[in-house]
Design a binder for this molecule. Structure first.
Ligand code: IZC
Ligand code: ZN
Length: 420
């Protein structure tokens, strides 16, 4: 029997968590706890693609190493698929630490925004920044994310709010995607806030998004998805529907900031449009949960946002899982509501605040988050044919990753079969 060539091998993984078997459809209910754990596992790759994975004896029999192969001893530790962060705003200028005092004093997120701060503060800084400045800032944050185990991340525009500045942001995302190891998935979020100059006429801004921004983004092929911040005082359900329908006509698939603070029916709209994901859902209705459970839409939950907003009400993850909603987790990294870019912190919060079990959390930050980005055929699990994106953690049991909190446990991050 001829052996499979491999130029990369990780062996002696005490727990090789493959999350295998769910590349076609996202996991629901009890499937979330099925994480394909292999004891004393080995993974082999060639040219960045996994060629063999499983128990040591089996894989070692199948593969033959090339002369220059990289061989890594995991030292009995935990190995997971590279983490997939399906909701971030990682490209922006400036920062908003001054909001911390306002929030401690009890001021709400939407109140800060209504006074021209919040997102609009970051819009001012981002408009003033050149593309190179955005790329430099984004690179720093992506370095931090990669070092903490994130190998694929979605990135939204939405701090430009003019055609030129939105295109500038997405061009920065493209430049980062082409020059940084983290794979980036671009989303157009021109409808992130009503800019000050359109405050008296929000519908004119919606027209600008539909008639000018979307065609410009589509022309350059700058975004795969389109998102809208559907929220009280931001964009209504009807405005969100119009924007996402127009985006879909131009080939951009819908995503939605849904029911984050006020229950407006965002989840229901996401389902109606067949959106790839409905994100936040802290204020989702019972009907919204019921509809999500019967849909293809992945519910992306962002517990670091609730934590940083000092919110009392987390998204009802347990109820969603029990009713059959496909649940994923993301950081929502942004300069306002979630200055958190560590998926490990999100994982710790998911156990403590969402009452998700550690195995469910593993699925929610790997294969289900890949589904929330339409990337499940390529990443999110350790299976033959997929990208060799994996992380060796300084842990002997995967539950230790959620048990510890706030320390980066990623020891070695491997992207497309290369240590980064
Ligand atoms: O900059 O505040 N929720 N958009 C919707 C955000 C948070 C990002 C921000
Ligand atoms: Zn967001």
């Amino acid at each position: 029997m001829s052996k499979i060539k491999a130029d990369f091998l990780v062996h002696n993984a005490g727990q090789l968590v493959t999350v295998a078997g769910y590349s076609q459809l996202p996991k629901r209910g009890a499937e979330l706890a099925d994480i394909g754990l292999v004891e004393n596992g080995v993974l082999a790759a060639q040219d960045g693609i996994i060629v063999a994975v499983g128990p040591a004896a089996q894989v070692q029999e199948q593969v033959e190493l090339t002369g220059d192969a990289t061989v890594i001893d995991a030292g009995g530790r935990v190995v997971l698929p590279g983490l997939v962060d399906p909701h971030t705003h990682v490209v922006f200028a400036g920062s908003r630490e001054h909001e911390l005092e306002m929030k401690i004093a009890g001021m709400g997120y939407l109140e800060i925004l209504a006074q021209g701060g919040g997102i609009l503060d970051t819009v001012r800084a981002t408009r003033a920044a050149g593309r190179e400045e955005l790329v430099a800032a984004g690179r720093k944050y992506l370095d931090q994310m990669l070092a903490q185990g994130t190998t694929t991340a979605e990135v939204k525009s939405g701090y430009g709010l003019t055609t030129e500045d939105e295109v500038k942001m997405l061009a920065a995302v493209r430049e980062l995607h082409n020059s940084h190891p983290v794979d980036l998935v671009p989303t157009f979020l021109g409808a992130h806030a009503i800019p000050i100059e359109y405050k008296a006429n929000p519908n004119a801004f919606v027209r600008l998004v539909i008639e000018e921004m979307l065609p410009a983004v589509a022309r350059e092929g700058l975004a795969e998805f389109c998102d809208v911040f559907c929220e009280q005082g931001v964009f209504t359900v009807e405005q969100s529907r119009q924007i996402l329908l127009a985006a879909r006509r131009l080939g951009m698939q819908p995503k939605l900031h849904a029911d984050e603070i006020v229950s407006l029916g965002g989840a229901e709209l996401a389902v109606e449009l067949g959106a790839v994901s409905a994100d936040h859902l802290m204020a989702v209705s019972a009907e919204g949960i019921r509809q999500l459970a019967e849909s293809v839409t992945v519910a992306v939950i962002l517990p670091a946002t609730t934590f940083c907003l000092m919110g009392k009400q987390y998204a009802p993850a347990r109820s969603m899982i029990e009713q059959g909603v496909a649940v994923a987790l993301a950081s929502d990294f942004n300069p306002g509501s979630s200055p958190v870019n560590s998926m490990q912190i999100v994982m710790g919060l998911a156990c403590r605040q969402l009452k998700m079990m550690p195995a469910e959390v593993v699925s929610a930050v790997t294969i289900n988050s890949a589904h929330a980005l339409g990337r499940a055929a390529r990443v999110g699990s350790l299976e033959v044919g997929k990208q060799a994106d994996l992380v060796i953690f300084d842990a002997l049991d995967y539950r230790y990753l959620m048990y510890r909190f706030g320390t980066n446990l990623a020891l070695t991050v491997i992207k497309s079969g290369k240590v980064v």
